[in-house]
Design a protein around this ligand. Structure first.
Ligand code: UT7
Length: 331
């Protein structure tokens, strides 16, 4: 009997309407459109506006689209895993908020926190529940409202990130399609280079932490860049080797969208051409947990059954990984 693989059978995505251009950032901080484009590849990003709106609202829109495409109702979903760095609140899990908003009355769920690698970690976790044969429909959503933790006085971080997210449905597949392999890594010694200083149990919120702007993203960009370039490229090469994939075998690279220069380094290491790489960083910036599913969402129509797709990510923690998928359907 063929092994059961977890196959992606539908993709949904959502980005907020508001477009924040580099030109707009020029009016807020000391930066230029040219600097941002050349150093990162970003031209604009989306921002979720509106009182009382959080990551769950982005996720809900992505999942609605996914369910509509697949023709399923919320009560058919067994499980939801939400990868996010900007949960609606510290607790309960944003997965719970999403399932309540959508009426997923038969689903259980929880959040995964692995910064920019969160979607890959959650995807691998969700796949295990399908591969056991016990669950039939698992939704994995990667979403962030990064604007809620950005310091718009810090030009080194606020230019990079944006809001958005996407979701995939995992279902059992017994003809060799689906998630074939994953290589995941964490190294907590890198945590100081990219984190949020206050708001957790070590340093709960006080007037002082707020005044000191410690509830925002803190990043030592150069150091993170160095680790990202090496580790994302290495792990993408590892997944190719482990699965005997040559550059010609690869149909698509789906890279985390943190910096165009990191994406280029990964592509070069894999030995593949630019036309096989999904890149939308210019329009959305770094949506953290949202980048990978947003790429799948935008390229879904071009993906064909049997395509060899490699996803790769690197993020705070540090966390990094790669996943090899044999795509399961023609859109
Ligand atoms: O997704 C999670 C993982 N995160 C990443 O992978 C991000 C990794 N890091 C990066 O992508 C890059 O390090 C950044 C985009 C954050 C920064 O680019 P960089 O080429 O590493 O710039 P830098 O930090 O070395 O700064 C170079 C110069 C500095 O000026 P001086 O000291 O040379 O005079 C900065 O002050 O650029 C300056 N600078 C800016 N100038 C205009 C920094 N940010 C800006 C800005 N506009 N927004």
């Amino acid at each position: 009997m063929q092994k059961i693989h977890a196959a992606i059978t539908a993709v949904g995505g959502y980005v907020p309407d508001y477009v924040m251009t580099n030109k707009e950032l020029e009016t807020i901080i000391d930066t230029t459109d040219e600097w941002i484009r050349t150093r990162t590849g970003i031209e604009e990003r989306r921002i979720l506006k509106g009182e009382g709106k959080g990551s769950s609202d982005i996720a809900v829109e992505a999942i609605k689209e996914l369910m509509q495409k697949r023709g399923i109702g919320p009560e058919e979903v067994d499980m939801i895993i939400c990868a996010t760095t900007t949960p609606d609140m510290v607790f309960p899990a944003t997965a719970n908020v999403i399932s309540d908003k959508l009426g997923m009355t038969n689903a259980f769920g929880y959040d995964v926190s692995a910064a920019c690698s969160g979607f890959l970690f959650a995807l691998t976790t969700g796949a295990q529940f399908i591969e056991t044969g016990k669950y039939k429909k698992v939704i994995v959503v990667g979403v962030d409202k990064m604007s809620s933790i950005l310091n718009y006085e810090d030009r080194t971080t606020c230019i990079i990130f944006g809001d958005g997210g996407g979701a995939v449905l995992l279902e059992p597949n017994d003809d060799g399609h689906g998630i074939i392999d994953s290589v995941l890594h964490s190294d907590g010694s890198g945590r100081e280079f990219l984190h949020q200083k206050a708001g957790g149990s070590v340093k709960p919120a006080t007037v002082e932490t707020v005044m000191n702007r410690e509830h925002f993203v803190y990043q030592e960009g150069k150091t993170v860049f160095k680790f990202a370039v090496k580790n994302m490229a290495d792990v993408a090469a590892t997944i190719m080797e482990r699965n005997n994939l040559t550059p010609d075998d690869i149909s698509w690279l789906v890279p985390h969208q943190a910096n165009k220069r990191i994406i280029d380094a990964t592509r070069e290491r894999m030995g593949i051409s630019e036309d096989k790489v999904m890149i939308n960083i210019q329009r959305y910036g770094n949506t953290t947990n949202g980048t990978l599913p947003l790429c799948l969402w935008e390229w879904e129509k071009q993906l064909k059954k049997g395509d060899n797709v490699v996803l790769a990510a690197f993020g705070g923690g540090f966390t990094w990984g790669a996943t090899y998928i044999k795509w399961a359907y023609d859109s």
